[in-house]
Design a protein around this ligand. Structure first.
Ligand code: ZN
Length: 427
């Protein structure tokens, strides 16, 4: 496919024409002409296609809530060209067979690169290492390993996982939650949880694991990635570890950049998530950490759930929120419109660094001649009220329902093919 994008603004800078041919950016210049399909992109900003380090696609096992295909549609509409699919499926993605199955389904959907994450331990059981080498050597070429949803809490096992994964040039992505400190936890532990009568999830349960793990990663000389950082103390610990030269990276979710534990008032379980929404002081620290690069990446933790698992009593509800389709808008709202990040820094935090962490060599590349044409084009002036009924995801548990957010993804290109054209998914 050949496409000519007229008057587009790479990284929000001056308008140029961009010719996409044979899957790469073939030319950049003023007044390019071509017989190809021409798209008037006046006013649109181009960024490298977004890369998510943390998506739950629910297939195999819970195809009633999401499939690789419906999750791929949601991702493309959100401006993503690659997503890492978390391992807590049923069966768990802890063998070469399951990761290859997910990888093939992603290829068939053909809308984004679906990159399977392998489980660290068999069945996420936390006692026996999974076949990490076989998953790395499989067609899915797994480089990110995570028991996400659960913490690898045994320190000796975590040390061994880091040693194995180091030899594979991979990374352990840790869901940092000391389980003995979060028994029965329902929301952030503080004055509000006490008043609402919900068991608290204390910040120290996250921070204690991060402190331990950065020391283990330093000892082993391995790469550690911290999933969905949620507290100010965690940001401080990661900043300290980086200053020591520890190979640690971290992500923050859009919902932790925007929402606070005040959302628990009213007991609407849409806002129940793990780790929980924290305080306004934590939100400010997360934004500052993302701005100064202490937190490397924005990752959605897109977690689709069936209505009956959310429209129920808070304590009975499953934790998790949708994220793929509104992630860029939330980042614009919290980080760009506030002056904390430039467009080039948005590209860094949502595409370049996540691709580096996941070792995806064809994603997160600069917008330049000869580079893969993985692109998102967005309208920064658009504003829209989020309507969950209109989402491409099979589930409806969006924490942004009824909220007005800025920016709209207009076109997405995967290797030069339009996966989204004028806000409509093409498959
Ligand atoms: Zn998690």
């Amino acid at each position: 496919m050949t496409v000519l994008l007229k008057n587009v603004r790479p990284y929000g800078e001056d308008a140029v024409d961009l010719l996409v041919k044979d899957g790469v950016v073939a030319a950049i210049g003023a007044d390019l002409s071509s017989t190809a399909q021409t798209i008037d992109a006046t006013g649109l900003i181009a960024l490298p296609g977004l890369v998510d380090l943390h998506t739950h696609l629910r297939e195999p096992g819970r195809e009633d809530t999401e499939t690789v295909l419906t999750g791929s549609r949601a991702a493309a509409l959100g401006g993503y060209t690659a997503v890492h699919a978390m391992a807590n499926t049923d069966p768990v993605a802890d063998t070469a067979g399951v990761v290859e199955q997910v990888w093939r389904l992603g290829q068939q959907a053909g809308l984004v690169d679906v990159v399977p994450v392998g489980a660290v331990t068999v069945g996420l059981g936390g006692t026996q290492l999974a076949e990490l080498g076989a998953m790395a050597d499989s067609a899915a070429t797994v480089r990110v390993f995570s028991d996400d949803g659960k913490c690898v809490s045994d320190p000796a096992l975590m040390r061994r996982a880091l040693e194995y994964v180091k030899a594979l040039d991979g990374v352990v992505a840790q869901h940092a939650e000391e389980p003995r400190l979060t028994v029965g936890a329902q929301m952030h532990e503080g004055d509000r949880s006490a008043r609402l009568g919900l068991t608290g999830w204390p910040a120290v349960a996250e921070e204690a694991i991060i402190a331990r793990d950065v020391l283990l990663a330093e000892h082993v000389g391995a790469r550690l990635h911290v999933c969905h950082v949620s507290t100010a103390g965690s940001v401080e610990l990661i900043r300290w570890a980086k200053s020591r030269g520890v190979q640690v990276t971290a992500e923050v979710t859009p919902h932790h950049l925007l929402l606070t534990d005040a959302q628990a008032e009213g007991y609407d379980a849409t806002f129940k998530v793990n780790p929980p929404l924290r305080t306004a002081e934590d939100v400010a620290a997360l934004r500052a950490g993302l701005a100064d690069g202490t937190i490397d990446a924005v990752a959605t933790d897109h977690a689709p759930h069936a209505g009956e698992d959310k429209e129920c009593e808070w304590a009975a509800a499953r934790p998790g929120m949708l994220g793929l389709e509104q992630a860029l808008s939330v980042v614009v709202d919290t980080m760009v419109d506030t002056g904390l990040l430039t467009w080039r820094e948005v590209a860094d935090r949502m595409s370049v660094r996540p691709a580096e962490i996941g070792r995806l060599t064809h994603q997160g590349r600069p917008i330049a001649v000869g580079e893969p044409a993985n692109l998102v084009l967005l309208d920064p002036t658009a504003r829209a009220v989020v309507d969950p009924a209109a989402l491409a995801s099979k589930s409806r548990n969006s924490p942004y329902a009824g909220r007005e957010l800025p920016a709209r993804v207009v076109h997405t290109l995967l290797r030069g093919e339009l996966s989204v054209l004028d806000g409509k998914v093409q498959k």
